[in-house]
Design a protein around this ligand. Sequence first.
Ligand code: GLP
Length: 247
Amino acid sequence: MNLVIADDYDGMSLAAADWISSFVRLKPDATIALTTGNTPIGCYRELSRKVSHGEISFRNASFICTEEYLGVSPSDKVSLYGWLKRSFMSPCSVHDQQVCRMEGESAEPQQACEQFSRHIHRLGGLDLVIEGIGRNGHIGFNEPGSFVSSRARIVELAAITQQSNFHYWNEEVPRYGLTIGMAELLESRHILLLASGEDKAIALQLALEGISTEAVPASLLQNHSNLTVIVDQAAASRLRARERDER
Ligand code: GLP
């Protein structure tokens, strides 16, 4: 694992954007799975700055939006695809045709999940997954107890996830979601995990330094051979690795 501890949120965002830019320069046609949530917003902002200055382009890349709420269409206020569109796609000149989303509004959501998995397979798997972490150690919407072999599917959101996500819009979010599976995340050739803030410190410590267990889905990433973790000091405050670095 490659661990980078930045001073603060802005430092984390810049380091992550630089890392992603280097990745895309080496592989302009990469297939990249993107998370939503507050954590990557600063990174996406910096990427859009790089795009507008001609430093990078996502023109030839393909994207996957890793989660959506059940029963929610892209135009819905609480749509996570809508979130990705506003925070990443539009500012970075990425078009809808370049992005595979989870069809939360589908009348056959389980089939939509299977189609989503097949789409990833057809693209030749993922080159890079960019994920944040939930306070309970979830990844995407893979809540505690998600099997390491799980694929895209419908899940019931943990109460803490529903509460955290309430604050995005000051509006209740659906109790169920569609998520990329742990297997699909772990099969990605590279994983970039981002975390910011003290409220992520326990989850991050369990994820990186606890035992690898399905009870903390993010801890399953420990077994990945190309895992890069970029966090800020507050999120890293409980890491033993940090104490070693400071000695
Ligand atoms: C949300 C999202 C995840 C996100 C995580 C952390 O529920 N489904 O993709 O990584 O929780 O969110 P935030 O970055 O807002 O703290």
